[in-house]
Ligand binder design. Structure first.
Ligand code: ATP
Length: 514
């Protein structure tokens, strides 16, 4: 496809056209950075959530799931540090009146330098052919080393300034690098300010007794405040985890990348409670385990990379992101954080309740350390969807648009067609739908020529099409067509369930994590 921008536009319009994602309140011109999942999107999202839940909760006998409320006692957010420190550095452009995240402007500048490195590498690879050694090239080529050094210097200065709350230096950096407003080209910037991302609301009817609340900006705190309840009622022994999925809300400053950064989104988080001192080992374990989960979906091993944090959040002693190659480049998809005992200790302090674990083996109590895995469901949706959308050149010089969703995640598993709308074929096709719908989401379509129906299902991401023809009436067999290979096979109606199951079954996919 032409370029990344075009590809991203195609992703957004395909998501709308095929009933995956709509802009919220579109008839009122939409609401910025808020989206609705449509008939297919809701299914895909549910399937991703289930895939995560099964891998995390069902497959681990020491991880359980909960579903905490979005509203929490306001002191929660004092204790967690969100009231004081959940800020982003924002900067306004005085000419365009557009608002940006100062750190993102600087990161984007570095991404451009990185693109230059990639260009040098691609050029050299072409020049040297098979003899090309990428590792050697990037560690010796003067130009590449120069770019890399510049990136490192910029990022570490930014990290230090943010850490020290030296916002004047963040602005100075933007000015020194001559970063311009990407939309207007203007370099006329305001000072950098901190902006709290939590949405406030009120609980209660009368103005004087109403309590100020926040919509939760992450699901994690619902797990921490329930740590002891779950540990006791579930008789959980350390190490153990608590998982949950649910909505989170952030008043993001810049939200211009479709469902990548939304103001209302869904997280899938797991907090793993461990013995202090074992955090390094568990950090590595979860890094590896989460990457395996991603790779099990077969979306291309080269599309993932780790990005270890230089600037650690106030609660962490180690942190990494799993980055994915989105149409606009490598960006954070999931975070893995070693949170120490920060959260439980804070909640102990603010609530006055003990949140400790008695270790029978050691005959001692301690505040557990925590390892967190945190992934945005919507961001995962975008990763899956954008990676799946391809335009394929066919042998007969035509192209087809295919949504190569991992079959386990596809909203519709099979579409069933009568070849023609007569001679009893629709009745047989409908009977097949009635039989299969107990096990899978299936779809019946009799409109247009069969070729057109195939293409519609290709673009919709449906892994199988089943066609009933006149021979079916004689021999109870049908044609099953595979979305990715377009291969067609004649099979018995009675075998359909097993054929489909083999490919869409969670077990078949999750086993790849082993
Ligand atoms: P970013 O740096 O992109 O703002 P973050 O580091 O603040 O993300 P975390 O607080 O670690 O993100 O949240 C965990 C995960 O939640 C992220 O990896 C991402 O997948 C998802 N997420 C965070 N903010 C948003 C958002 N505004 N919209 C959609 N998903 C989000």
């Amino acid at each position: 496809m032409a370029n990344n921008d075009d590809q991203f536009k195609k992703v957004i319009s395909h998501a709308k056209e095929y009933g995956y994602v709509f802009q919220s309140s579109e008839i009122y011109d939409g609401l910025s950075a808020v989206y609705d999942y449509a008939q297919n999107g809701a299914e895909l999202k549910k399937n991703i959530r289930d895939y995560w839940w099964k891998a995390m909760v069902q497959m681990h006998d020491n991880i359980v799931g909960i579903d905490a409320a979005i509203f929490m006692h306001p002191t929660t957010w004092k204790a967690s540090g969100h009231v004081d420190a959940f800020n982003d550095p924002l900067i306004d452009n005085k000419d365009s009146k557009k608002r940006y995240r100062a750190d993102v402007l600087i990161e984007d500048y570095c991404a451009k330098l990185e693109a230059k490195i990639d260009k040098e590498v691609a050029k050299a690879a072409k020049r040297f052919g098979d003899a090309f050694n990428k590792a050697e090239f990037v560690s010796t080529n003067g130009r590449v080393l120069g770019y890399q050094e510049k990136i490192d210097t910029i990022l570490s200065r930014m990290a230090k300034s943010l850490e020290n709350e030296d916002l004047a230096d963040v602005k100075a950096l933007i000015e020194e690098l001559e970063i311009a407003d990407p939309l207007s080209g203007s370099k006329n910037w305001t000072d950098v300010k901190q902006f709290n991302l939590m949405f406030g609301t009120k609980l209660g009817a009368s103005a004087d007794t109403a309590m100020d609340l926040y919509l939760r900006p992450e699901t994690a705190q619902g797990i921490f405040v329930n740590f002891l309840n779950v540990q006791k009622t579930g008789r959980m022994k350390i190490p153990f985890g608590i998982a949950q999925t649910g909505k989170a809300f952030r008043n993001e400053i810049v939200a211009r990348q479709f469902i990548f950064r939304m103001r209302e989104f869904e997280q899938m988080e797991m907090q793993f409670f461990i013995k202090p001192g074992t955090q390094k080992e568990w950090f590595n374990y979860w890094k590896e385990t989460r990457l395996k989960w991603h790779k099990s979906l077969g979306m291309g091993d080269d599309n993932y990379r780790f990005h270890d944090h230089e600037k650690l959040a106030h609660y962490a002693d180690a942190a990494t992101d799993i980055e994915f190659k989105f149409p606009f480049g490598f960006k954070e998809l999931e975070g893995i954080h070693s949170r120490t005992d920060f959260d439980l200790k804070q909640h102990e302090e603010y609530s006055g309740k003990k949140l400790q674990y008695f270790d029978h083996e050691d005959n001692a109590s301690y505040t557990p350390y925590v390892l967190e895995t945190s992934i945005g469901l919507d961001r995962m949706f975008l990763a899956v969807f954008s990676n799946a959308l391809v335009e394929e050149e066919l042998d007969n010089n035509t192209t087809r648009t295919v949504l190569k969703l991992p079959a386990v995640l596809a909203p519709v598993k099979a579409a069933v067609f009568p070849l023609v709308k007569k001679d009893g074929l629709p009745e047989v096709a409908k009977q097949i739908v009635d039989d299969l719908k107990w096990d899978f989401n299936v779809f019946y379509d009799e409109k247009d020529a069969v070729g057109k129906r195939y293409r519609r299902q290709d673009a919709n991401g449906t892994p199988f099409c089943i066609t009933v023809d006149h021979d079916t009436l004689e021999d109870n067999s049908v044609t099953i067509r595979h979305r990715d290979t377009m291969e067609q096979k004649r099979v018995k109606i009675d075998d359909l369930r097993d054929i489909i199951k083999k490919e869409v079954d969670v077990k078949h996919w999750l086993q790849k994590m082993k």
